[in-house]
Write a protein that binds this ligand. Structure first.
Ligand code: TXA
Ligand code: MG
Length: 319
């Protein structure tokens, strides 16, 4: 941790574990260090980063205003898989926010992440530690494969327990807008602050690639079935991503089951690592079973739908 802290302080970039996915972090107040993150990921500069904090005092460095609703959500879900988009403090570098007048902030629920931010003495800007458009990492080995020599250090904290990224909520005047479904179920957020709007993919100018049609894509194309009964398990060239254990036989060597008993929390935790495993098999397509669309199932289906598409605003970023 001493070495990691020294790297952050001197403008380096470090992959570190959080409860959702691994992040690729740099000092949020060092624009050159943040630029290295974009370079390492091949991430377009118009795509802003989430800034990670270790205590509420760091909020005032980042946000110019924290209203009541933001305070209530932070009090209830931090540390945890919730990101708040708030009016930004002018000191936050433009490269972090892609020139927007808002900043995305989250306090991760992971001791290593919190310790790293705390020791570095600065908020840490960090996207997920994958190449842009590819599957998010939930193990240090995923980061090593995708970014290996491009980062100054990878901290191995084992498997991420939540497994899907944070829920992003934008509080805009009196509007509550869900920019990306994630680790905190939308139902729990609405229970605290009232109804929230879902931003749809058709909306013109996406602020979050959570809103881009395609993301989280393996190299092998993904097809999302309407129903497990529609899946042709006799296809020799296909791998299968199933929500739960079916009551009939399936080709187990080409099948990943997210949760034997169909538990959404367990399924979310296993989602990206199952996609990584399938992507390494000698198959030509991954056929996925849908999951129920409530609670964490909303975030899982969002990731599966995006994995099944390959184009981002007419540009193919999947390669
Ligand atoms: O769980 C997570 O959120 C993980 C871990 C590492 O914390 N991070 C993560 O970062 O998923 P990333 O970069 O993969 O996704 C961040 C999302 C992007 O969709 C980005 O567009 C959006 O946050 N975002 C960042 N700042 C924003 C802003 N000011 N307004 C709207 N969206 C913003
Ligand atoms: Mg990401």
């Amino acid at each position: 941790m001493r070495k990691a802290t020294a790297i952050i302080k001197s403008g380096g970039i470090i992959a570190f574990p959080t409860e959702t996915v691994y992040g690729l972090g740099a000092d949020a107040f060092n624009p050159l260090a943040v630029a290295r993150i974009f370079e390492a990921k091949n991430r377009p500069l118009f795509d802003p980063l989430i800034v990670h904090i270790a205590n509420l005092a760091q909020m005032s460095q980042l946000a110019s205003r924290v209203d009541k609703r933001a305070g209530r959500l932070a009090g209830r879900f931090w540390p945890g898989p919730l990101t708040l988009v708030l009016p930004k403090n002018e000191l936050v570098p433009d490269i972090v926010t892609a020139g927007l007048d808002t900043v995305a902030v989250r306090m991760p629920d992971h001791l290593i992440a919190l310790d790293l931010i705390h020791r570095s003495g600065t908020p840490i800007a960090a996207p997920s530690a994958n190449r842009f458009g590819y599957i998010s990492p939930t193990k240090a080995a995923h980061v090593l494969e995708q970014l290996g020599e491009r980062v100054d250090m990878i901290i191995d904290g084992g498997d991420c327990t939540v497994g899907v990224e944070s829920t992003i909520v934008k509080l805009d005047g009196d509007r509550n807008i869900i920019l990306r479904p994630g680790g905190v179920p939308i139902e729990e957020i609405e229970a605290m602050i009232g109804p929230a709007e879902r931003v749809t993919e058709t909306e013109k100018k996406p602020e979050a690639p959570g809103q881009f049609p395609s993301h989280y894509s393996p190299t092998v194309p993904v097809q999302l079935a309407d129903n497990i009964r529609d899946i042709d398990f006799s296809r020799p060239d296909a791998g299968f991503l199933l929500f739960r254990k079916p009551d009939f036989d399936v080709p187990l060597e080409r099948t990943e089951i997210l949760s034997i008993d169909g538990d959404l929390k367990e399924a979310a935790a296993n989602l990206f690592s199952a996609l990584h495993l399938l992507d390494k098999m000698k198959i030509r397509v991954i056929v996925a079973e849908p999951v129920p669309e409530n609670g964490l199932g909303i975030a899982i289906m969002d990731r599966l739908r995006k994995a099944a598409r390959r184009e981002i605003g007419g540009v193919d970023y999947s390669s």
